[in-house]
Design a protein around this ligand. Structure first.
Ligand code: FAS
Ligand code: PHB
Length: 394
C-alpha cells in the first residue's frame, strides 16, 4: 500500500550505501554519539554475498578494532609478512616486515560485511534496504534533504545535517556534485581479471603475484580451506569461455615453479572484473561528502580499493564529528584535499603495480617489465618502495 509520506525523518547524517564504507562510517559516528540513517539500493542478502577484496592494511585493521568489529578478524584472519613476486622459473619473497616493519592481513570483505551486519543489528542501526530513486535537496545548505522510495513503494524524506555518499562507482552521490566530470580522471585498462573462489587448501603461505607471457596470475586465499585466484583475461572475455579445467590448467601454467604444485579443488565462484583507475578530485559539495568507491576506483592489483575506501571513512568520520559537535567548518572544507593525498598515492601505486605485472602482447613491453621486476627483486630500495606502498603509507 503506497502512503504519501510527508512526515520527514530526522537524523544527523544520512549515509547512502550499505557497503563497507557506509556501514563502517555509521559505526564510527555511533561511537562518537552521532546518529545516522543508511539507505541502500540492494537487499541485505545481495550486499552480503558480493565477493570482493581480501587484503587489509594495518590501518584498516586498527579502524575495525576501534569500531569493535575486529574480534573475528584476529581469530580467523591471517597476518602476512610479505608477498611473492614471480617470473617464469623464479619466485622471490618480498619481506614487508624486514623492509618496512609492517605486515598485512588476509580477511575477506564478505566477512567484514558479516561482522558489520552483526554490529548494526546489535546497535539497532537504521538501514533502509532496497531503497530506490534516491535524490537530494538543498545539499549546499546546512539542512540537506534525502528523498527515496522505500521497499514498500512509499516515498520517504530524511532531513539531516550532512550526507555521506558511500554508494560506490555507480551510485548517485558523485553525480550530484556540479561539474564533477570536469575534475575527474579515468583510465580503463586493456584487460580484465577472471576471479575464482575454490574449496582447496592454499598451495603456499602468502600471496603470489606472477608475471607470465600468457598474462598475469595471482594466487590469494581466504582461509585454510579456501583459495582465491585470479587470471588476466581479455577485457571482453566471458566466464562461459573458462571451464574449471581451463582455469586450473592456465593457473598452473602461469604459477608454475619446479618442485611446487598448485593444488586443485571445487570452484565455487567465477566472476570477471573490469580494470579501471578513476578519481574524482571533487569529494564534497556543501554538506555532501563522498567516501570510498563513490569517489575513486583502483585496479585491485595493489589491494588498495577497500583500504583506500576506509582511509576516506576514518577521515570523513573525524571531519563530521568536528563539524557537528564543534561547528568546525574549516576541517570540513579541508576534507577533499586531505583525502586526495592518499587517494592519488594509492592510485599511482595501483597503476604502477598493474602496469608492471600485466602483459600487453608487445615484446618490448615484456622486456621492460621483466627488467623492472628483476630490479625490484634485486634492489633493497626498490623492494622497500613496493613494500611501503603495499602495507599502506601513513
Ligand atoms: P561499494 O561499491 O562496495 O558499496 C556501495 C554500496 O552502495 C553498494 O552496496 C551499492 O549497492 C550501494 N548503492 C549504489 N548505488 C546506490 C544508490 N543509488 N542508492 C543507494 N545505495 C546505492 N578491492 C580490493 O582491494 N581487492 C579486490 O580483490 C577487489 N575486488 C573487487 C571486485 C568487484 C566486482 C568490485 C566492484 C570491487 C572490488 N574491489 C576490490 C574494490 C572493493 O573492495 C571496493 O573498494 C569496496 O567495495 C569499496 O567499498 P564502498 O566504498 O563501500 O563501495
Ligand atoms: C584477494 O584476495 O581478493 C586479493 C588480494 C590481493 C590483491 C587483489 C585481490 O591485490
Amino acid at each position: 500500500m503506497k502512503l504519501n509520506s510527508n512526515i520527514a525523518m530526522k537524523t544527523q547524517v544520512a549515509i547512502i550505501g550499505a557497503g563497507p564504507s557506509g556501514l563502517i562510517l555509521s559505526r564510527y559516528l555511533a561511537l562518537h554519539n552521532i546518529e545516522s540513517i543508511v539507505i541502500e539500493d540492494r537487499s541485505r542478502e545481495y550486499v552480503q554475498s558480493r565477493v570482493r577484496a581480501g587484503m587489509l592494511e594495518t590501518p584498516t585493521v586498527e579502524l575495525l578494532d576501534e569500531i569493535g568489529i575486529g574480534e573475528r578478524l584476529h581469530k580467523e584472519g591471517f597476518e602476512h609478512k610479505g608477498i611473492y613476486l614471480q617470473i617464469p622459473g623464479k619466485r622471490h619473497h618480498i619481506d614487508f616486515q624486514e623492509l618496512v616493519g609492517q605486515t598485512v592481513w588476509v580477511y575477506g570483505q564478505t566477512e567484514i560485511q558479516k561482522d558489520l551486519h552483526a554490529a548494526c543489528d546489535a546497535n539497532q542501526q537504521q538501514i533502509y534496504y532496497e531503497a530506490k530513486d534516491v535524490h537530494f535537496e538543498n545539499i549546499d545548505s546546512k539542512n540537506p534533504i534525502v528523498h527515496f522510495t522505500d521497499s514498500s513503494g512509499n516515498p520517504q524524506k530524511i532531513e539531516c545535517l550532512a550526507i555521506a555518499g558511500c554508494d560506490g562507482f555507480w551510485g548517485v552521490s558523485r553525480k550530484a556534485i556540479p561539474d564533477v566530470d570536469a575534475d575527474s580522471f579515468e583510465r580503463v585498462y586493456p584487460f580484465s581479471w577472471l576471479g575464482i573462489m575454490a574449496n582447496v587448501k592454499p598451495s603456499i603461505d602468502e600471496l603470489i603475484y606472477a608475471w607470465h607471457p600468457n598474462g598475469f596470475a595471482l594466487n590469494s586465499m581466504r582461509s585454510e580451506k579456501v583459495s582465491r585466484l585470479y587470471l588476466q583475461v581479455e577485457p571482453n572475455d566471458h566466464i562461459d569461455n573458462w571451464s574449471d579445467e581451463r582455469c586450473w590448467d592456465e593457473l598452473s601454467e602461469r604459477l608454475a615453479l619446479p618442485g611446487w604444485k598448485l593444488e586443485r579443488g571445487e570452484i565455487t565462484e567465477k566472476n570477471i572484473l573490469a580494470m579501471r583507475s578513476f578519481v574524482s578530485n571533487k569529494m564534497q559539495y556543501g554538506r555532501l561528502f563522498l567516501a570510498g568507491d563513490a569517489a575513486h576506483t583502483v585496479p585491485p592489483t595493489g589491494a588498495k580499493g577497500l583500504n583506500l575506501a576506509l582511509n576516506d571513512v576514518r577521515l570523513l568520520g573525524e571531519t563530521l564529528v568536528k563539524l557537528l559537535q564543534q561547528n568546525d567548518e574549516k576541517s570540513a572544507s579541508e576534507y577533499t584535499s586531505k583525502a586526495l593525498e592518499k587517494v592519488w598515492r594509492a592510485t599511482h601505486f595501483s597503476w604502477w603495480f598493474t602496469s608492471m605485472m600485466h602483459t600487453s602482447g608487445d615484446p618490448f613491453d615484456a622486456q621492460l617489465q621483466l627488467s623492472q621486476i628483476n630490479h625490484v627483486i634485486k634492489s633493497k630500495y626498490a623492494s622497500a618502495n613496493l613494500a611501503e606502498n603495499y602495507v599502506g603509507i601513513r
